[in-house]
Design a protein. Structure first.
Length: 326
C-alpha cells in the first residue's frame, strides 16, 4: 500500500499518455505550444511497466489523460494492457472527444470503462473561440459514440471562463434533464506563466451555481451529499443526470485526495498544483532495480504535499495543466 505521511492511502493514478494535443484551449495552452519530442515520452513498454509497479503497490484505479490521450499512437492496445494488469479495477479516460466517434467502441472493447469528455459550450462559434481549433459536432458525435459503446455514466467537463461561456452553463446544465450524464463545471486554475485569462477571468463555483439556479430553481443534493471524486454533486429536480461542481480553487478537496499523477515524461507528481515531482523514467532507463524504483515511488508518495497553496498565492511554475495530466 502507498500511504502518505498524513495517513492518506494513495491508490488512484492519472497517467498522462502524451503532452501533445489536437486542440489549443485558451485556458490550457498557447496556440504556438511546443511539445516534447516523442523520445522524451514514456514508451509503451515503459507505461506498462509503471502500471504494473503502481498496481503492485496497491494502486487500483487508473485514469488516462494528457494532453489529449486519444492522439497517442497505439492507444487501444495500451488500454488493453493497462486494463488487464493484475490489481487494476478501473480504467477511465479524460478526453476532448474529437476522436471518440472512431475510438469509443475499440477502447471499450479493450477494457476502458468510462470517459469524461470536455465540452465548454453548446454554441459552435463559442466552442471554436474557446478551443481555437475545435468543431463542436465532432465532440457531440464522440459523446454519443461513447454512450453507445457503454462508456457510462458519461461525464462531461466544462471550464467556465468569464467573457467566453459563463452563460452557457445553463444550456449545459439542461443536458442533464433528458440525459443520464454528469455535467461537471470546473473552476479555472492558474499554472506556469499564468495567463491573464487564468487570473482575471475566473468564475467561481458559487457564481456558476447561482446562474444555474436562477434558471432551474434550487438544485437538489445527489449522492447523499457525498463527493463523487473531486465533484460535489447535485441535480435539477426530476432530471435524469447530475450536475457536478469542481471547485479546486475556492473549496479544495485536498484532505480526501487519494491521487498521484505520472506525467508523460515519467515523473511522479504528487499534487496537480505543487511543483514537487519524482523522476521515475530516468532511473528506469538507467537500469534501476525494481526495489530501487519501488522505494523511489513509496518515498515520493510519503512526501505528498497536504494540499495546494493557491490561497497563499503559490502557483505551480514548472508545468502547465496539459504537461501534468489533468
Ligand atoms: N485533453 C483532454 C481534455 O481536454 O479533456 C484531457 C487533458 S485536459 C488538460 C483535462 C481537463 O483539464 C479538461 O477537462 C480541461 O478542460 C481541464 N483544464 C485545462 N486547463 C485548465 C485550467 N487552467 N483550469 C482548470 N481546468 C483546466
Ligand atoms: Fe488539449 Fe485538453 Fe488542454 Fe484543451 S484542455 S488544449 S483539449 S489538453
Amino acid at each position: 500500500m502507498a500511504i502518505d505521511r498524513f495517513g492518506r492511502n494513495i491508490h488512484y493514478l492519472r497517467i498522462s499518455l502524451t503532452d501533445h494535443c489536437n486542440l489549443r484551449c485558451i485556458y490550457c495552452m498557447p496556440e504556438d505550444m511546443t511539445f516534447r519530442p516523442n523520445a522524451d515520452l514514456m514508451q509503451d513498454d515503459e507505461i506498462i511497466f509503471f502500471t504494473r509497479l503502481f498496481a503492485s503497490l496497491g494502486f487500483d484505479k487508473i485514469r488516462l489523460t494528457g494532453g489529449e490521450p486519444t492522439v497517442r499512437a497505439n492507444v487501444v492496445n495500451l488500454v488493453r494492457s493497462i486494463a488487464s494488469t493484475d490489481g487494476i479495477r478501473s480504467v477511465s479516460m479524460t478526453t476532448n472527444g474529437l476522436l471518440l466517434k472512431k475510438l469509443a467502441q475499440p477502447l471499450a472493447e479493450a477494457g476502458l470503462q468510462r470517459v469524461n469528455v470536455s465540452i465548454d459550450t453548446l454554441d459552435p462559434a463559442k466552442f471554436k473561440r474557446l478551443t481555437r481549433w475545435g468543431k463542436l459536432d465532432d465532440v457531440w458525435e464522440g459523446i454519443l459514440a461513447a454512450e453507445q459503446a457503454g462508456l457510462a455514466p458519461v461525464k462531461l467537463n466544462a471550464v467556465v471562463v468569464k467573457g467566453y461561456n459563463e452563460d452557457d452553463v445553463i444550456d449545459l446544465a439542461a443536458l442533464t434533464i433528458s440525459h443520464p450524464w454528469q455535467m461537471r463545471f470546473i473552476e479555472m486554475m492558474p499554472f506556469a506563466g499564468a495567463t491573464e485569462i487564468q487570473v482575471n477571468q475566473v468564475i467561481t463555483m458559487k457564481q456558476i451555481q447561482e446562474n444555474i439556479e436562477s434558471e432551474f430553481g434550487k438544485l437538489e443534493i445527489s449522492n447523499n451529499g457525498k463527493m463523487d471524486g473531486e465533484a460535489q454533486v447535485f441535480h435539477i429536480p426530476h432530471a435524469k443526470g447530475d450536475i457536478g461542481f469542481i471547485s479546486s480553487v475556492t473549496h479544495p478537496f485536498c484532505s480526501a485526495c487519494t491521487r498521484a499523477r505520472l506525467t508523460s515524461d515519467g515523473k511522479l507528481r504528487l499534487c496537480l498544483l505543487r511543483e514537487k515531482e519524482v523522476d521515475l523514467l530516468t532511473p528506469l532507463r538507467a537500469g534501476a532495480s525494481l526495489d530501487e524504483l519501488r522505494k523511489l515511488l513509496l518515498d515520493g508518495v510519503w512526501e505528498k504535499p497536504w494540499g495546494h497553496g493557491l490561497a497563499d498565492g503559490v502557483i505551480p511554475l514548472n508545468r502547465i495543466m496539459s504537461e501534468i495530466g489533468g
